[in-house]
Design a protein around this ligand. Structure first.
Ligand code: PAF
Length: 282
């Protein structure tokens, strides 16, 4: 496996299958890399590791975000990555971080980033930074395919729309929507699970339980009420617990629409997000 720090060394990896990450890799990332590497098209698989400052709000966890490079490289290699791109801030943002922050704030976002009033309402500016860094990684790595996990479902939809509306800016780039990987008890894998103490680890399962309650409901409104109840019983502060149109992420207007339950909820030390496809309600 090659370590690539300079973007000019990426030329031989153009046309790759790309797995963008912020490091602190876990089995969910390994699964993305394995899926990228499993496609028998001879394309190299490139994982990127860059903790992107512009997607964190001023009161968020940029400084304490886990950085575990040695273990990340071992995991990426074992999962089948041909290269890991480890850019520094100057490579991603040659105009400097202050300019980059201003540009992230001014980024033209697809409507799906803001109109559903979900992640963007709780984390203003977050998707500006995500689109900015992902666009830059696409520009530098020129991938044929990029893999994103369904765990960050709104992020996946935002990036898919950004590429669809990009007028071929990244060629015929295809976005692969890869399944969420869960612990045996159902907790979705996340780099931020490292913030959970052993005691809170059980509490965190409330998010998965809430989504399962939603699965058992007969109507979206009932599903939402059950999710709120379950999360509050586990001691969460709820940012949102909603059932939305799986494509637009807007409120569901009729039955027989593919729906997604989406949750963001906070414990004192961590904010968790998760989601699940709902059965088709008739
Ligand atoms: O999902 C993530 O880890 C990040 O938001 C991403 C897509 C790598 C951009 O920094």
């Amino acid at each position: 496996m090659r370590l690539v720090e300079r973007s000019d060394a990426l030329t031989s990896f153009h046309g790759c299958a790309l797995v963008p990450t912020m490091g602190a890799l876990h089995e969910g990332h390994a699964s993305l890399i394995r899926r990228a590497a499993a496609v028998p098209d001879g394309r190299p698989t490139v994982a990127t590791i860059f903790v992107n400052p512009t997607q964190f709000g001023p009161r968020e966890d940029f400084a304490k975000y886990p950085r575990t490079l040695e273990a990340d490289l071992r995991l990426a290699e074992a999962a089948g990555a041909d290269a890991v791109f480890l850019p520094d801030v100057a490579t991603i943002y040659p105009g400097g971080l202050d300019t980059a922050r201003r540009e992230a704030d001014a980024w033209t976002l697809p409507a799906i980033a803001t109109e559903p009033r979900l992640e963007d309402a709780a984390r203003p500016g977050h998707f500006g930074g995500v689109c900015q860094v992902v666009a830059r990684l696409f520009e530098l790595c020129k991938p044929a395919t990029a893999h994103f996990g369904q765990k960050d479902y709104q992020q996946l939809r935002v990036i898919t729309e950004m590429v669809r509306c990009g007028g071929g800016r990244w060629g015929s780039l295809r976005i692969s929507a890869d399944p969420t990987v869960r612990e045996p008890d159902g907790l979705a894998m996340s780099s931020r699970n490292r913030y959970l103490s052993a005691e809170r680890r059980d509490t965190a399962l409330g998010v998965y339980r809430a989504l399962q309650m939603a699965m058992s409901a007969q109507r979206p409104a009932t599903a939402e009420a059950l999710m709120h109840e379950t999360l509050e019983q586990h001691g969460f502060e709820v940012d949102y617990a909603v059932v939305r149109d799986a494509h637009t992420l807007m409120p569901v207007t009729g039955l027989e629409t593919p729906c997604r339950a989406l949750v963001a909820a906070r414990l004192p030390e961590v904010r968790l997000i998760d989601n699940m496809a709902m059965p088709v309600w008739r």
